[in-house]
Design a protein around this ligand. Sequence first.
Ligand code: NAD
Length: 202
Amino acid sequence: MTSPRKNVPVAELIDLSGRGAIVTGGASGIGLAICHRFAEAGAGVFIVDAEGEKARQACRELEENGYEADRYCADVSREAEVRDMVDTAVTKLGSIDILVNCAGIYPRISLEKMTGDDFERVVAVNLTGTFLCGREVSQRMVAVGRGGSILNIASIDAVHPSGKGCRLMTPPKVAWCPSPEAWRWNWGGMTSGLTLSPREQF
Ligand SMILES: NC(=O)c1ccc[n+]([C@@H]2O[C@H](COP(=O)([O-])OP(=O)(O)OC[C@H]3O[C@@H](n4cnc5c(N)ncnc54)[C@H](O)[C@@H]3O)[C@@H](O)[C@H]2O)c1
């Protein structure tokens, strides 16, 4: 049986016009798909990615489709870059209503071969990056006082480890503890399954 909603455009399901959304890791894969859906729903999209050229291409793709988008090259694990990124996003978007922490790395390295540096880099991007972006954005949201949504893209492997997930993936993101004022802990939106992404790291 087919769902009657299967092909309903996003814009008919949700109106995000006037809202500003930061998507980290927005230049590729899941993050880029989220940027497109947000833009279709009317949001101003701010793509943040460590790979500047990819972010530029993603931004141009959105603009060619008639959407409003900006980009910023930053490494989410670096505190000063995150602070500057959020300041710029406020200027460009007017307000930040949504943050999606989607930047993440999942190197294909088995535990016995993993170095301390490999491990620390995953923690720095997946955990520290999520914390830094969440903190900077939640400060702005609390100051403005009209709420907002922060979504952390993690992995089903964080709660139900598979053979692949046991290597080293996104569990650090789920280990991060949100503050009650700015965060809504919503497991209702959880889905499982692999998403094919350009890096094909699985
Ligand atoms: N693809 C899947 O099936 C799957 C499964 C479980 C979890 N995830 C998680 O979903 C998220 C997105 O995955 P994807 O498959 O779309 O990956 P992807 O590699 O296609 O996209 C990740 C993006 O994050 C950017 N990035 C990496 N490090 C960064 C940093 N330090 N600062 C800023 N940007 C950085 C990359 O340049 C890239 O554009 C990741 O957090 C990943 O762990 C994906």
